[in-house]
Structures are given as structure tokens and as C-alpha cells.
Design a protein around this ligand. Structure first.
Ligand code: COA
Length: 273
């Protein structure tokens, strides 16, 4: 069982989304284990509110996404809502519009996001995991995008992330077949970054989160901004943003603190300015 903190600072979507924060680490929990954490529209909206709250909390330096229970990260969109919300192109357009704000929030999120994955990570769950900066998975996880089995198309963002992580050939195999792959295969093709035994997943994820939250926030942000720009088409890259964050780092109190701490052989205390 994943040892996720079960006390939440805030809840959304009738308790199906949980938000907490401690020691610089924010946690967002998909909390619908009876449905394998399938995402309803209300959960998507709650997810957006939790992202905003943690983004705007200056004490939070990194965010972990995790599924409640031991069976799933997120098993995709809640298919039981499809008959009402996604039954044709017009309804799907409205569904996309309501979830677009959350997808945009994720795409432009200023703090690192780590997906902590145990069990099923399917469809929209894969999209969420792929939109995170880093993916740590338990060895018993299963990944897949069964869109072809349901008859739905994936948009540009979802497939863009998939292609950039695993390449076009594996993206085709995954999309055309709707097959599920295990953690070992996911690691081999670059879909996840690290696989650990399920009993060690939470500690392994927290260790990475704490390391990030102890580092200089502006330097972490510089890496995040620069890597995001590298992934864009050359013409769409914001080189000025890369230059600006570089200047901010070099002029920061934290850079001075980092230099001094090294010379004084002590742990630096970074403030994010
Ligand atoms: N939407 C709505 N309900 C879902 C769901 C989803 N994406 N995934 C699971 N559930 C529900 C099931 O309907 C079931 O409900 P019930 O107890 O009322 O019958 C419950 O969660 C448990 O699922 P079950 O299939 O019995 O568990 P399992 O462990 O054998 O299998 C999955 C889990 C995730 C492999 C399987 O439920 C599944 O294939 N889900 C759909 C995944 C999918 O297609 N996602 C893409 C959506 S775009």
C-alpha cells in the first residue's frame, strides 16, 4: 500500500481530489479508488484549483501527483460520463474546453511536477503522467492509451508528449493497438524515469521531491524553462525568457548563498530570490 499522507489541507470535487503541503512539497491526490481514480470533469476542475493553490503557495517548491489506494494512478477519464459529456463531436468540444484550462495550467506550471505511479496509468492518466516533469513508477504498474478501443481521437498535446518521450514508432504501436505495457517496458522506452518496488515508491518519490525542494528554486526554474523551450519548434522558442531567468539566477541572493555555503562547507539555505 502506498504510504501517501492521508490528511488533506483542502479537498475538491466532493473529496475526490485532495491537496496537501509540507516541507516545501505539495501533494495532489486523485482520490476515487473505487473507480481506479477515473477522472470526472469535476475532478479535472478540482485538480486545476489544487494546481493553482500550490502554484501560488510560496512555501511549495515541487508538486507530487499520486493516486489513492494501491490499484491505480489514474485509469483515465470517467467513461461513465461519456454518454452525457463526450458522446459526439459537439459534446467533446465542450468537454475539451472545460478540461483545456487544466491542461494549459499543467503545460505552463512554474514548479516541477513529479508523477508517482502505482498500478493502472491509462488514457487521461497517461496524459497527466506525461505532462509531469518526472515519472517514478512502482514495478507493478501498467501503462496504456486505449483510445482505439473506445473510438476516440487523441489531441495534439497528448500525442506530442507521447512522441517526445517514446518516439514516433512506439507512439504508433501504443496508439494503434491500445496495448498495455508493464513498468519494465515503460522504463526501457523512456516513458518513465525510474522503477522501484511498490513498497518503496512513496519514499523514493519523496526523496527526489525533497532534493529538488532543497535546491535553489530559481536554478530549478531556469532548467524547467529552458528544457520546455528546447522542446518547442525553433521558431516558437522564447529565448528572451531563457536569458531573463539566467540573469535572475546570476543576480540572486541564492547564488551568493550557494557559493558561500560551498566555501564554508555547510548546507545552503535557499530563499528563491
Ligand atoms: N471510467 C469509469 N469507471 C471506471 C474506469 C474509467 N476509466 N476505470 C475503472 N472504472 C470502474 C469500473 O467500471 C468498476 O466499477 P464497478 O465496480 O462499479 O463495476 C471499478 O472502476 C473497478 O474496475 P474493474 O474493471 O472492476 O477493475 P480491474 O482492476 O479489473 O480493472 C481497469 C481496472 C482500469 C484495467 C479497468 O477498469 C479498465 O480497463 N478501465 C477503463 C480504462 C480506460 O479505458 N481508460 C481510458 C479512458 S479514456
Amino acid at each position: 500500500m502506498l504510504d501517501v499522507p492521508n490528511s488533506a489541507d483542502r479537498t475538491y470535487a466532493d473529496g475526490k481530489m485532495l491537496q496537501s503541503a509540507a516541507d516545501g512539497v505539495g501533494v495532489i491526490t486523485f482520490n476515487n479508488p473505487d473507480k481506479r481514480n477515473a477522472m470526472s470533469l469535476e475532478m479535472w476542475e478540482g485538480f486545476g484549483q489544487a494546481l493553482i493553490a500550490l502554484r501560488d503557495d510560496p512555501a511549495v517548491r515541487v508538486v507530487i501527483l499520486v493516486g489513492a489506494g494501491d490499484k491505480a494512478f489514474v485509469s483515465g477519464a470517467d467513461i461513465s460520463q461519456f454518454e452525457k459529456t463526450r458522446h459526439n463531436a459537439e459534446a467533446a468540444e465542450e468537454y475539451s474546453r472545460r478540461s483545456a484550462a487544466q491542461r494549459a495550467l499543467l503545460a505552463d506550471y512554474p514548479k516541477p511536477i513529479i508523477a508517482c505511479i502505482q498500478g493502472f496509468c491509462l488514457g487521461g492518466g497517461m496524459q497527466l503522467a506525461m505532462a509531469a516533469d518526472i515519472r517514478i513508477a512502482a514495478d507493478n504498474s501498467q501503462f496504456g492509451i486505449p483510445a482505439a478501443k473506445l473510438g476516440i481521437a487523441y489531441g495534439y498535446d497528448g500525442l506530442n508528449n507521447l512522441v517526445s518521450l517514446v518516439g514516433p514508432s512506439w507512439a504508433r504501436l501504443i496508439m494503434y493497438t491500445g496495448m498495455r505495457i508493464d513498468s519494465a517496458e515503460a522504463l526501457r522506452i523512456g516513458l518513465v524515469d525510474r522503477v522501484v518496488p511498490d513498497t518503496e515508491l512513496w519514499d523514493a518519490t519523496m526523496e527526489i521531491a525533497r532534493t529538488i525542494s532543497g535546491n535553489a528554486p530559481l536554478a530549478v526554474q531556469a532548467a524547467k524553462i529552458t528544457i520546455a523551450q528546447i522542446l518547442k519548434e525553433p521558431g516558437a522558442r522564447d529565448m528572451a525568457a531563457i536569458k531573463q531567468i539566467g540573469t535572475d539566477c546570476m543576480d540572486s541572493e541564492d547564488f551568493r548563498e550557494g557559493r558561500r555555503a560551498f566555501m564554508e562547507k555547510r548546507k545552503p539555505e535557499f530563499k528563491g530570490k
